[in-house]
Design a protein around this ligand. Structure first.
Ligand code: SF4
Length: 367
């Protein structure tokens, strides 16, 4: 197995500027952990820019599904001589995704593109497109009331902006006041809050309330109708979100960007390799409940050089541990074993202690 991606962390300063806009996800992400938000916007020499995301297969499939729906919706508005071919379009999108991500050193974009489940995406698209078709029919025949609704706010991936603040949102599909959001993952409580927020933005932009707020879970083809709040309630949502955005802006301006480590959240954090607070919180050297953990050698760790790399012998929570790193990493680490941060190692417990081994998702950061 080739060595894992290894990054030597250079000098960097965390000084993000207040953003031009706040989406629901960005604001929620900021409030969960301001440091994660800040590190995501900080250039680092080892990447020659911002820390790239490390998408997994499910994330890529969600992205491709959204793009396929968007292409289809554009086609329905302006059909050409040829009929829409979902499979061919999807294959084009997969190839384009692999190409545009090939410079991301955290992933092998071709290999990841090869793992994408095409049939699953096409099945989910089949379910989602029926909602797009239905809404288009209503829009063309005018069967739904509200003929004066803003045509600017119709279509897929429609941007909604609050004229009085930095708030914005990108709804997956809007037609005649119906706002639809497609979700490829599992149901989550905040999805309803998010689509109500889109409803509040719609009110701010169009001057009238939306008629329908609908979440479509493409994995199960489940449609969840979220009750449309009253005008007063939508205005309250908007006011509250404006207040939260103003607080976040002020925090960014003041440089008040605390890290808020918490196991589940940090396990999925794509900038944890750079987060001092996270690594300080690994009091016993490793982090994680399952067989895959993050690990930084403790101050008691000893490094042995061998022909095929280095062995790091340590003591994790009172248990002897062993990690082997291949030669190419050993060269980057030099003699400073305390400079290593390893992400996503497999921890196997045996009679002699814990053995850490590399997985396909492992990364090594050298401070
Ligand atoms: S590792 Fe945890 S504490 Fe650090 S930035 Fe990420 S989410 Fe925040």
């Amino acid at each position: 197995m080739p060595g894992p991606p290894t990054f030597v962390i250079g000098e960097f300063a965390i000084r993000p500027e207040a953003p031009a806009s706040w989406s629901f996800s960005a604001l929620r992400g900021f409030e969960e952990c301001p440091m994660r938000w800040a590190l995501s916007r900080t250039a680092n020499p080892c990447f020659g820019g911002l820390v790239p995301q490390k998408p997994n297969r499910g994330g890529v499939e969600g992205t491709l599904l959204h793009e396929l729906i968007e292409r289809y919706e554009r086609y329905t508005r302006n059909p050409g001589a040829e009929s829409f071919r979902p499979r061919r379009t999807l294959l084009e999108l997969v190839a384009a995704w692999a190409k545009s991500n090939e410079a991301n050193p955290r992933i092998d974009s071709k290999a990841l593109a090869g793992q994408v489940r095409l049939e699953e995406i096409l099945r989910a698209f089949g379910e989602a497109s029926s909602h797009v078709k239905g809404a288009e029919r209503q829009s063309n025949t005018g069967t739904r009331s509200g003929g004066n609704r803003s045509a600017v706010l119709n279509g897929s991936e429609s941007w909604l902006r609050d004229p009085k603040s930095k708030l914005c949102g990108r709804a997956d599909f809007i037609s005649m006041g119906e706002i639809v959001d497609f979700k490829s993952g599992e149901q989550n409580d905040y999805h309803a809050d998010q689509i109500v927020f889109y409803g509040a933005l719609y009110l701010a932009a169009a001057g009238e309330a939306p008629t329908v707020l609908r979440l479509i879970y493409t994995g199960t083809n489940e449609a969840r109708e979220v009750p449309v709040p009253t005008l007063n309630e939508l205005e309250s949502v908007l006011e509250e979100m404006r207040r939260r955005a103003a607080v976040a802006d002020q925090q960014v301006t003041d440089g008040e960007l605390p890290a808020r480590p918490e196991q589940t959240k940090c396990a999925y954090c794509h900038v944890r390799g750079f987060c001092e607070k996270y690594w300080e919180s690994l009091s016993s050297g490793s982090h994680g409940d399952g067989p895959v953990v993050d690990y930084a050698p403790t101050t008691a760790a000893v490094m042995d050089s061998a022909a095929l790399g280095i062995y790091v012998r340590d003591n994790v929570a009172g248990v002897a541990s062993l990690l082997h790193l291949p030669q190419e990493i050993a060269e980057k680490v030099g003699g400073g074993v305390g400079r290593i941060r390893c992400l996503a190692l497999r921890a196997t417990t045996g009679p002699t202690g814990v053995r850490f081994t590399l997985t396909h998702g492992s990364e090594v950061y050298v401070c």
